[in-house]
Design a protein around this ligand. Structure first.
Ligand SMILES: [Fe+2]
Length: 258
């Protein structure tokens, strides 16, 4: 996938406006200062160094983070509708965690984690546009993200720390201590980590679909399921099924025109 210069710029504007809209107090200014300082690096950063992952193209990182913010807001509404305890976290904690969940992908203060692939063979044969920068010492993405925040004096609270730390859910075995405890007292006391993980997984899956599904030969795919989306989900067939149960022809005609 490729984003136009306008889309990249627009995404950055949205990224900053999310901070302005949802983050309050002193740390809003600190976050803005931080992100403005590193804007030139972050605005063009991919979300991954391998195209087999997701959004591995210029501007992919911000595009991904903005999608995670949108998905997190939508996911939290689903949890709320299903009676999750929404008093255990705040909207600001949710958005702060979403905005910063992948910050550790940036690298350190001096170096990008993902740099252009210079190996021509790997670029041509494997389609690798980026490679991991070995000058950056290893740290997990959540650890590095939290380190960057604290080293720039951007405070995060306990809920935000656990949510950022565990945003990969059980895809990262390191999160088992938080997410696989069977004892009630060891389970997270808020749904926030689960909501953020679902939002991140949803965003990454959609990004995979955008990148890869069109590349697979249509011959190898089952015919598109045109009735499958919730928006179009069998509205016509549900209606005709309902109408078939109505005896009166006049009533049927009337309802048919609705
Ligand atoms: Fe992510």
């Amino acid at each position: 996938m490729k984003l136009s210069a306008e889309q990249i710029q627009e995404n950055w504007g949205k990224f900053i406006s999310n901070i302005n809209q949802y983050i309050t107090g002193d740390r809003r200014e600190k976050l803005l200062e931080f992100y403005n300082k590193y804007q030139d690096r972050l605005i063009l950063m991919p979300a991954a160094h391998k195209k087999e992952y997701h959004n591995a193209f210029p501007g992919g990182y911000v595009d991904h983070v903005n999608r995670v913010v949108r998905c997190a807001i939508k996911q939290s509404k689903i949890w709320e509708e299903e009676d999750a305890d929404m008093t255990t976290f705040t909207e600001e904690e949710l958005i702060f965690s979403a905005i910063n969940h992948d910050l550790g992908k940036m690298g350190d203060e001096e170096q990008d984690s993902y740099i252009p692939q210079t190996d021509k063979w790997r670029k041509d044969k494997l389609g690798e546009d980026y490679t991991f920068n070995n000058k950056v010492p290893f740290a997990s993405v959540p650890d590095r993200g939290l380190f960057l925040l604290q080293s720039h004096d951007i405070k995060y609270n306990f809920n935000e720390m656990v949510a950022i730390q565990t945003h990969d859910g059980l895809y990262d075995a390191a999160n088992e201590k938080y997410l696989k405890g069977w004892m009630p007292e060891q389970k997270p006391r808020t749904a926030l980590p689960f909501i953020l993980h679902q939002a991140d997984m949803m965003a990454a899956r959609i990004e995979f679909e955008k990148e890869w599904l069109p590349k697979f030969s249509k011959d190898n795919l089952a015919s598109p399921k045109t009735n499958y989306t919730l928006n179009t989900n069998n509205k016509a067939s549900v209606k005709s099924k309902a109408l078939s149960n109505i005896g009166s022809k006049g009533l049927k005609n009337m309802l048919d025109n609705l």
